[in-house]
Design a protein around this ligand. Structure first.
Ligand SMILES: NC(=O)c1ccc[n+]([C@@H]2O[C@H](COP(=O)([O-])OP(=O)(O)OC[C@H]3O[C@@H](n4cnc5c(N)ncnc54)[C@H](O)[C@@H]3O)[C@@H](O)[C@H]2O)c1
Length: 247
């Protein structure tokens, strides 16, 4: 896979899966736009790690759940590099709780960041990629969006929504040379899963044929495949990367 002269925007690229995606694509030659929220230091650190591969990178702090800030992210990418070849919609949050205890704000926050944020970025990048008649949009779903999970009704809804948006946008943009796909990770070793109780972790691992969590790099490898022209005849698909958890 060769991403020389390609430009990739990775939302939530400051840690976990997003950071692994930034580094994987940079190692294969892509110029990288690292997005995150909060402090610029974490984003700048990932930018520097990307640059160590001899590519160019910029760090952009913007909350992708805001329509205008998502536009700002795409504008900054185009200002720096003149185009966007790859968008990885990776930013996501959890607010887990059983429905009887879940607050309305827990539902709204997760839908706003995971689903609306993904739509905001799809919306703004579609115009740019349509003009180029080239683009790869890869969004981070989850196996929870495929099979559901107790305590994650908000998260499951957002991830199932991403799978639906991926199929719809794939149909809209195929004629413009744009591939739209999703990855559904299973259980990945990041800060998102660090907070889980050891007992719950053991229960999850018992249902994974490989009996281990994925590394962020396991997910980044599949994102790289979908971002490359090796997958140019694939669109509207969601690839489960879950150690055999869902089949
Ligand atoms: N870790 C897992 O087991 C797992 C499994 C399936 C799917 N996923 C999905 O993969 C993606 C990455 O997960 P992770 O485990 O690396 O999570 P993480 O919590 O380690 O990282 C999330 C990233 O998203 C960013 N972010 C959060 N809200 C944002 C916003 N409004 N605007 C911009 N950036 C924002 C954070 O700054 C961070 O960089 C998420 O979409 C998550 O739902 C994770």
């Amino acid at each position: 896979m060769d991403f020389k002269n390609k430009v990739a925007v990775v939302t939530g690229g400051t840690q976990g899966i997003g950071k692994a995606v930034c580094l994987k694509l940079a190692s294969l030659g892509a110029n990288i736009v690292v997005n995150g929220i909060g402090s610029i230091e974490q984003a700048e650190a990932v930018k520097k790690e990307c640059e160590a591969y001899g590519v160019q990178a910029i760090a952009v702090i913007s909350d992708i759940s805001s329509f205008d800030e998502a536009k700002h992210l795409m504008d900054e990418a185009v200002k720096a590099f003149g185009r966007i070849d790859i968008l990885v919609n990776n930013a996501g949050i959890t607010r887990d709780q059983l429905i009887l205890r879940m607050k309305e704000s827990d539902f709204d926050d997760v839908i706003r960041v995971n689903l609306k944020g993904c739509w905001n970025c799809m919306k703004h990048v579609s115009r740019i990629m349509t003009k180029q008649r080239y683009g790869k949009i890869i969004s981070m779903a989850s196996v929870v969006g495929v099979q559901g999970n107790a305590g994650q009704i908000n998260y499951a809804a957002s991830k199932a929504g991403i799978i639906g948006m991926t199929k719809s946008l794939a149909k809209e943009l195929a004629s413009r040379g744009i591939n739209v796909n999703a990855v559904a990770p299973g259980f990945v070793d990041t800060q998102m899963t660090e907070v889980l109780d050891e007992k719950i972790k053991e229960q999850i691992l018992a249902h994974i044929p490989f009996h281990k969590m994925a590394s962020p790099e396991d997910i980044a490898n599949v994102v790289a495949f979908l971002a490359s022209d090796l997958s140019s005849y694939m669109t509207g698909q969601t690839l489960n990367v879950d150690g055999g958890m869902v089949m």
